[in-house]
Each structure stands twice: as structure tokens, then as C-alpha cells.
Design a protein around this ligand. Structure first.
Ligand code: 3H9
Length: 692
């Protein structure tokens, strides 16, 4: 029987089955909550029914509260009201889990009297990823089942656990056979009835909490061990405080009220708004503008990577991690065996840390074949070039590839700055050429800029975007321009940072401002880490910038013990008097008068230059959406997630403030701050980047 648009009610013997179907992920929207409440009421009022199974159709059990409802007035029944109804029901309710029981979805399952899941299901409380805490009792009930230490880990990481692990920790009572969830849940409900099992309430359990009583060091140690990971984020600390509250002299209901208060605080905070923005922005990035949804996806069964250096090696690992065989090509046996040795070393280090099984090291290595002959790439569906960043070399490689690659193969370049169309022009098939801009270390970094050349075919783009997902990365489609999106914005930051040190700020002062804003490291620290010689040309170097001079002095960065900073053997960094002298001499030669610069000026100049550059990229159509830029800066360049990316950050300041700042910066520091036409237009229309 239909209960409402998303709910049906059926009775099988003494068991009522309430089924929800609200695609795509059965988020707990108002209609879903109402359907569950009505279904439960029907089951309670039906004298023949003695237990109720709550189950979902589609790809998953409830994946959480409906995030799109946040910020809008609550429609009754609220999730908490619904939970009270379920928990206090006079007949046992069995939560029946497949897919992902997440957030409010798992919290609803936790008020059911029993939980059954298929082995492929996953359970988790991922609210922390949205700048929130589980606000429907998750912080109070989960510790009562799994204990304090595990609850701290699970809720602050947001990572889901498998159904098997959930069963082992008591989160799930029973595993169903895959594909037989409904039948097994009904059978389980019948057993509950026949055995007259009690109406178990998680809230009444205390034994797991007792294990942690008198051990306040659990929390202190946890905070200390995770200080770096949590830096800047408000939600993890709020979660820890809620879990601490389970041990304090508070009733369960007081604990719930405490959790509720902190949830409301976080929900209203700009950090959560930023993190929710990124959640949707990442999904939006996958929707390709101007390419029909039914564009065919080409099969990628075998991949070639040219260049066994750091970048090529990381790219090869990304494919091996996804189970796709790779032929790695370099010019000499030495370079190849060195590259493969480093890859094995990386895998072994991961296995040692327990993040991968030891036997998988060999399995992944077996997917990698080395060769010194480019001809061995003739059967590859996709070939990615990761050779030296110089146009002549790239063109040479592509001209050769054009002769070797099979018809229909995708030819990709990993260039970070060079003109894709110029590279493609070295081939007779520019429509098959695309940019796949991986970020270093390529097997770790989530971002993949997919660069569209002026002739790149639609199916090549659609396949590249799909490939990003296969590799577990976030693909963002960008246009062909110097540095594409990410590196062009980085170049705007670089220009300001370099100017600031000439005007009187030290590299440490610039770096501290960025670190305090939330970047994992400062600008010059990052430059040293990447290597100052990346993109530097010894022959053409003419002492025209501080960086060139440092390179000429052999200060190529951290790897040689000196760049903008000095490094000791343990790679600890300290300011370099030598570099300071280079900077001061160079400034004097340029006629720049040095002065004191405050943190606010450093911050404004760097951040507003980045925002303005982002707006120009939108104007030029190199970026399709403001939110794409945010995704790129967060996933590829360390912009703090809780600041939502440069365009979100600018929207928070408000467009009138952005334009006012740019105008005053322009008056003092020139052209870099001339507001982009888009910013002027948005400001005059009272709009923000979110409307662009
Ligand atoms: C919460 O529960 C708070 C409570 O503690 C307290 C309340 C009082 N709402 O990711 P996909 C959309 S907070 C609305 O591509 P997948 C998503 O935008 C919530 N919409 O699929 C996308 O839309 P579109 C805690 C949602 O198979 C579509 O569904 N829960 C929600 O790769 C497909 O998504 C979470 O944080 C939502 N909750 O992955 C879970 N979730 O098609 C968040 C998804 O228009 N969700 N959408 O682009 C996920 O992690 C993944 O979506 C999931 C599926 C693993 C479920």
C-alpha cells in the first residue's frame, strides 16, 4: 500500500515492511521523514503486526539528513521527533541496511531496536566532512556501542566502516545474505518475535562507557595526536566535547541537548557553509558543460606513461591502484629501474604503515611494465606524457606518438603550463589530444585538471572526466591557457609573494600569514619543497628575479639543503641570512624602498590577487564555474577547506567589499588589482560569484 510518494507499507505475516524510495540517496527529506512516521504509526495501530522492518529501495539506505534543507525552516516531523517515535515504539523496529547508512541515516538506525545489513553495506557518521557533528544523537549513542576511543576515531574522521566491521563492533546485530536483504530482515524480525527479544535501546547501555571512566588522558592524547589534522577546523573539537559529555555527570537527555546546541552552532558557522559548498561543488564539477550526457565513453584497458620521474611514476601508480595495467617508458634502463624502484618503495612504505596489504605490493607492481621503446605503447588506449616541461621536447614526443599510437588512442600531456594546442599541432590527430594535469604526488593528490584543447573531441573529454572518477580523483574540466586554472592563480599569488619580500616582508612573514589562514604550508616553503629549479632554465637564467639568483647559487630548494630557507639534515627549516641579503640587494638594484609590512596587508594582497585572477579565468571561459575554481584550489593547492575556496571566500566578504579592496590595492600596487570585468558586473548587479 502506498503511504506517500516515497513510502510503501506491506504486511508479511506478523511483520510490517515500510519501504522508502527517494532517489538518488534516500536523504531524510521532509517527505521521507513523514513516510517513515506514517508507516510506523500504521504498524503500531495494526494489531496483527508485531514487528516492523524499515528498508530502502534504490542504491542505499538513508545517506543522511537532506543537506539541501539546511538553512530552511524545519518541517515536522523533525528527525529527532521521528527518532523518539521509533525508539519508544512498543513493537521492535529493525533497520535494514544496504549501500551506505550515513549521518542522520545511521543515527536513525541507532534508535531502531535491531540492525541488519548486507556485507557490502557501509556505516558512518561523515558530518565532520560538512563542518558538522552528528546532530541526531550520533555522538551520544555510538560511544555506547563501540566505546570512546573508536567513537572518537570514527566520528572525527567521518570514515565509514564495512558491515563486517560494524558487526564485529556491535553496531550491526546480524549480516544478511547479499541480494536477500528484505527476506533475511523479515526472517530476523520473525525470530525477534518468536524469541520475544526485548526492545533494546542503545541509550540505556553503559558498559562501553564504563571502560573509559577515570581515563581523561584518552581525550588529551587524542587531541594531541590529531592536532595537525584538525588545525583550523571547528567540528572535530565540538565532536570531542560531545563524546566527553557522555562520561560527565549528565543524563542521556542532557547529553543530547548538549550535542544539539553544538550542532546548531556549527550549522550556522561559515565553516560548515564552506564545506557544504565544496560537497556540492565537487559533484557539480563532474557535470560537463556543453557535452551531451550520452557522449560515448571509450574503454581504457591499457595505459602508457612516458617519463619515469616523480610525476610519471606517480601517474603510473594511480592507474595501478585502479587495477589498470601500465607500460612505463623512459629513455634509459637506468632511469626506468630507478623509477620502478621508487614506486616499489612507495608501495612498501604504504604497506608498512598498514594502509595496504603486503601481498598487494606485488600485485600492483605486476601491473607495471617498464620499457625503453615508445613503440611498446602501440596497443595502449591512453598514453600520458610526463617528460621535461619544454615545448620542443613535448612536440617531439607527440610527433613520435602520432606515428606509434593505435587509431582512436587518447594522447594526453601532463603539462602544467604549456599550450595544449601547440603540443597537439605536432600530431595529425589534434582531436584526440587532451591535457591530463595531475598534481604531485600524483598517486596521492585528488585533483585532475582535464584540459580541453580547441579541437579536443567530446568523447575524449567525457572519457577523461570519467577516468578521473575511476582513479578516485576529482576531475575538473578547464580551458587551455597558460597555467590553466590552478597554476595561473598560483602565479598571481607568486607575483604578490615575490613583490612583498622585495618591499620588506620576510619569506617567513609571508609564509606565516598563509599558514595562519589555513594553508598547510606557506608559499616559499612550498616553492622550496617543489624545487626552485622546476621550470628554471640554466641557459636562459639572467639574475632577473630572486628565484633565478637563488637557482644560479645552487639553492634549488629543500632537496639540496637550501632554497628560500636553509634546511638541516632532518629537513628542518630556518630563515637564511644569505637569502635575506640577496633579497635586499635585489630590491636596492630595482630601486624598491623597503618598509614594514603588516600581516593584514600581506594577506589582502595575496588573497585578493588570487580572487581577481579567478574572476579573470571565468571571464575568459577558462574556468566554467566559480565553484570549479574553489574545488581546484582546495583539492590541488591547499586552500583551507573550511574557507570554501577563493570564490566562496570572496562571496563571504561580499562583492562591494571585494571591489572596494581591489580599487584601493590598485591605487597603491598597480595593475594586478584592476578589478576583472566580471567583478565589476557582479558588484553593480548586487550579485556574487555564486550567481555567476
Ligand atoms: C546529517 O545527516 C546531519 C545529521 O547528523 C543531523 C540532522 C539533524 N542530502 O555523491 P553522489 C546528492 S548531514 C542531499 O554523486 P555517490 C548529491 O548532491 C548528512 N543530497 O553519489 C548528488 O546530487 P546530484 C550526512 C545529497 O553514489 C546525488 O545525491 N550525510 C545528499 O557517489 C548523488 O550523490 C552525508 O554527509 C544529502 N545528504 O555517493 C552523506 N547526499 O546528482 C553525503 C548526496 O544532483 N553523501 N546527495 O549531483 C555522500 O557521501 C554520497 O552522496 C553517497 C553516495 C556516499 C551517499
Amino acid at each position: 500500500m502506498k503511504v506517500n510518494d516515497v513510502t510503501t507499507y506491506e504486511v508479511e505475516g506478523p511483520v510490517a515492511v515500510v519501504t522508502l524510495n527517494s532517489p538518488p540517496v534516500n536523504a531524510l527529506s521532509a517527505a521521507v521523514r513523514q513516510g517513515i512516521a506514517d508507516g510506523l504509526k500504521m504498524a503500531l495501530e495494526d494489531d496483527d503486526v508485531r514487528a516492523m522492518v524499515l528498508i530502502c529501495e534504490g542504491r542505499t539506505f538513508f545517506a543522511g539528513a537532506d543537506i539541501t534543507e539546511f538553512g530552511k525552516p524545519t518541517v515536522d516531523p523533525s528527525l529527532r521527533d521521528l527518532q523518539l517515535m521509533v525508539e519508544n515504539a512498543a513493537k521492535p523496529v529493525i533497520a535494514t541496511i544496504h549501500g551506505t547508512a550515513l549521518g542522520g541515516g545511521l543515527e536513525l538506525a541507532l534508535v531502531a531496536h535491531y540492525r541488519i545489513a548486507v556485507p557490502s553495506a557501509k556505516c558512518g557518521l561523515p558530518e565532520v566532512n560538512l563542518g558538522l557533528l552528528p546532530g541526531a544523537g550520533g555522538t551520544q549513542r555510538l560511544p555506547r556501542i563501540v566505546g570512546i576511543p573508536k567513537a572518537l576515531d570514527l566520528i572525527t574522521s567521518g570514515a565509514p566502516v564495512s558491515a563486517k566491521a560494524a558487526k564485529d563492533m556491535g553496531l550491526v546485530d546480524e549480516l544478511a545474505a547479499e541480494g536477500h536483504l528484505r527476506a533475511d530482515a523479515i526472517a530476523f524480525a520473525n525470530r525477534v518475535i518468536d524469541e520475544n527479544r526485548p526492545l533494546l535501546k542503545v541509550r540505556d547501555r553503559a558498559e562501553k562507557l564504563d571502560e573509559a571512566r577515570g581515563k581523561p588522558e584518552i581525550f588529551a592524547d587524542f587531541r594531541k595526536a590529531n592536532a595537525r589534522r584538525f588545525r583550523g577546523f571547528k567540528a572535530p573539537e565540538a565532536i570531542i566535547r560531545c563524546i566527553e559529555a557522555t562520561l560527565e555527570d549528565k543524563s542521556f537527555d542532557e547529553g543530547m541537548a548538549f550535542e544539539r546546541a553544538l550542532f546548531i552552532e556549527l550549522q550556522a558557522d561559515s565553516q560548515s557553509a564552506a564545506q557544504r559548498h565544496i560537497f556540492f561543488a565537487e559533484r557539480q564539477a563532474g557535470k560537463i558543460v556543453g557535452i551531451p550526457a550520452d557522449t560515448p565513453i571509450l574503454p581504457i584497458r591499457k595505459v602508457g606513461v612516458i617519463g619515469a620521474g616523480t610525476m610519471g611514476g606517480g601517474i603510473a601508480m594511480s592507474f595501478a591502484n585502479a587495477g589498470i595495467p601500465v607500460t612505463l617508458v623512459d629513455t634509459s634502463d637506468d632511469a626506468l629501474s630507478r623509477g620502478l624502484r621508487i614506486i616499489r618503495g612507495n608501495y612498501e612504505a604504504t604497506a608498512k604503515k598498514g594502509r595496504m596489504k603486503a601481498e598487494d605490493v606485488d600485485a600492483r607492481m605486476a601491473l607495471l611494465t617498464g620499457s625503453v621503446r615508445m613503440e611498446d605503447l602501440s596497443d595502449c588506449d591512453l598514453i600520458i606524457e610526463a617528460v621535461f616541461e619544454q615545448m620542443e621536447i613535448k612536440q617531439e614526443v607527440f610527433a613520435k606518438l602520432d606515428r606509434i599510437a593505435k587509431p582512436g588512442a587518447i594522447l594526453a600531456t601532463n603539462t602544467s603550463y604549456l599550450d595544449l594546442d601547440e603540443i597537439a599541432s605536432a600530431t595529425s590527430r589534434p582531436t584526440s589530444v587532451v591535457g591530463l594535469h595531475f598534481f604531485s604526488p600524483a598517486h596521492v593528490m585528488k585533483l585532475l585538471e582535464v584540459v580541453r584543447g580547441k579541437e579536443t573531441r567530446a568523447d575524449i573529454i567525457a572519457t577523461s572526466m570519467k577516468l578521473a572518477k575511476t582513479l578516485g580523483k576529482i576531475g575538473v574540466l578547464v580551458g587551455n591557457a597558460f597555467g590553466f586554472v590552478g597554476n595561473r592563480i598560483l602565479a598571481a599569488r607568486d607575483a604578490q609573494a615575490n613583490r612583498l619580500i622585495l618591499e620588506g616582508a620576510t619569506p617567513e612573514a609571508v609564509d606565516k600569514v598563509l599558514y595562519d589562514f589555513g594553508f598547510p604550508m606557506g608559499h616559499f616553503q612550498m616553492r622550496d619543497l617543489v624545487g626552485l629549479d622546476v621550470g628554471w632554465n640554466r641557459e636562459k637564467s639572467s639574475s632577473s628575479t630572486v628565484r633565478e639568483i637563488l637557482n644560479e647559487m645552487g639553492r634549488h630548494g629543500q632537496k639540496v639543503g637550501g632554497g628560500f630557507y636553509d634546511y638541516d639534515e632532518s629537513r628542518n627549516r630556518k630563515p637564511s641570512p644569505v637569502v635575506q641579503k640577496v633579497i635586499e640587494d635585489f630590491a636596492a638594484k630595482q630601486g624598491i624602498v623597503r618598509r614594514e609590512l603588516g600581516d593584514a596587508e600581506i594577506r589582502d594582497r595575496i588573497l585578493y590577487a588570487m580572487v581577481n585572477e579567478g574572476a579573470k579565468l571565468l571571464d575568459e571561459g577558462i574556468a566554467s564555474r566559480a565553484s570549479d575554481i574553489d574545488v581546484i584550489l582546495i583539492t590541488g593547492y591547499g586552500w583551507p577547506k573550511y574557507e570554501g575556496g577563493p570564490m566562496f571566500w570572496a562571496d563571504l566578504q561580499g562583492m562591494p567589499q571585494v571591489i572596494e579592496k581591489l580599487n584601493s590595492l590598485q591605487a597603491e600596487y598597480g595593475d594586478a588589482f584592476v578589478p576583472s570585468p566580471l567583478i565589476k558586473r557582479l558588484a553593480s548587479e548586487g550579485k556574487g560569484f555564486r550567481d555567476a
